[in-house]
Design a protein around this ligand. Structure first.
Ligand code: HEC
Ligand code: HEC
Length: 292
């Protein structure tokens, strides 16, 4: 009977700690937010049900995009060194080799139509601010033309389909113009003085963010930064679910290499405790028999 009393006291103590500390950890330090929205349903300027023609898309991309962007997988090289591009645009335009498979289709089409609203940066580029987003809006194109461009990007094949190589490529394509990853030896393509002026804030080095923010926070933050940091200058990048998971996996590959090891050790420790508890119970029973 005594064991049950002890057990009840332990359960009560654990319960109090759980209800006292847990809400603080989860609701104050990691507040509940709307789940990530990978359909980008707030964006509806372009009819994305139209079937694009990649051949016409290629013509449009050559005429409109490669003056600023490289598309290395299709043989369009960088137009100028990064330092010059940063001086001209504030930030180095990303290479678009992966645009067709890392960005959500609806996001990409609406981004081409109106970059500022797709990135949710209207608060930064108000008419009063006098600032202009460096990439022009292609809102003069027809929906069909925009979908042709999207179709063209979709036929460019990825360099790596899965694994650490794909994680790295996606991170560099989507985040690498602003963020460094020092633990992987990666420097942001935009020099730090330029990016600070351009963003009005210095994008942090992301080597340790998987530990300081955790996967749960990153999952909603990357999908829509304004929800967790209202007014932030970090843009919504419009990654589809697979690409976002690759970016987080990369942050884990670099910042938390020991995660798998820690998790297996955790299981062994729990098994050990269980075996030990059973042994202790059996031993106690045996002692009990002695005394009676
Ligand atoms: C005048 C130069 C310029 C031209 C022309 C231009 N872009 Fe850009 N583009 C930029 C810059 C600069 C950025 C990065 C802006 C930022 O991150 O704040 C960018 C960003 C992008 C991104 C990344 C979006 C994201 O969510 O991260 C895509 C995709 C893109 N451009 C596609 C295109 C396409 C397609 C065209 C042609 C139809 C085009 N761009 C034409 C300068 C340009
Ligand atoms: C155009 C530049 C730009 C791009 C592209 C960009 N970021 Fe950022 N990011 C920023 C800036 C600027 C900040 C600092 C924001 C602030 O302090 O308000 C930031 C902040 C962050 C933070 C810290 C948030 C916090 O809670 O403090 C994380 C994490 C992050 N970015 C992840 C990413 C990831 C992952 C990508 C790629 C999918 C990405 N960013 C793409 C500019 C960028």
């Amino acid at each position: 009977m005594k064991e049950f009393k002890i057990l009840a006291v332990i359960i009560a103590l654990v319960g109090i700690t759980y209800y006292g500390i847990e809400p603080y950890a989860h609701h104050v330090m990691h507040p509940e937010v709307a789940p990530a929205d990978f359909s980008f349903k707030d964006l509806k300027n372009v009819d994305t049900s139209l079937k694009g023609n990649p051949d016409n898309g290629k013509v449009l991309v050559e005429a409109n995009c490669i003056a600023c962007h490289s598309i290395e997988s299709a043989g369009y090289p960088k137009v100028m060194p990064n330092a010059d591009a940063a001086a001209s645009y504030g930030v180095v335009p990303p290479d678009l080799s992966g645009a067709g498979w890392i960005y959500d289709k609806n996001y990409l089409a609406n981004f081409i139509y109106d970059p500022v609203s797709a990135m949710k940066l209207q608060h930064k580029y108000t008419p009063e601010s006098g600032k202009q987003f460096p990439m022009p809006a292609y809102n003069w194109m027809s929906a069909q033309e925009i979908m042709d461009i999207v179709a063209y990007f979709q036929i460019l094949a990825p360099k790596a389909k899965a694994g650490p190589e794909a994680h790295k490529n996606t991170f560099e394509a989507a985040c690498g113009r602003c963020h460094s990853m020092k633990y992987a030896g990666f420097e942001a393509t935009t020099p730090v003085e330029n990016i600070k002026t351009y963003m009005g804030a210095t994008p942090p080095d992301l080597s340790q963010y998987i530990k300081s923010r955790g996967e749960h926070y990153l999952y909603s933050f990357i999908n829509d930064p304004q929800v967790l940091l209202p007014g932030t200058s970090m843009p919504r990048t419009g990654l589809n679910q697979k690409a976002q998971e690759e970016v987080i996996a990369y942050m884990e590959d670099i910042g938390d290499r020991k995660k798998a090891e820690r998790e297996t050790t955790g299981v062994w420790v729990m098994l050990y405790t269980l075996v030990f508890a059973i042994a202790a119970l059996l031993w106690k029973r045996k002692l009990g028999d002695f005394s009676s």
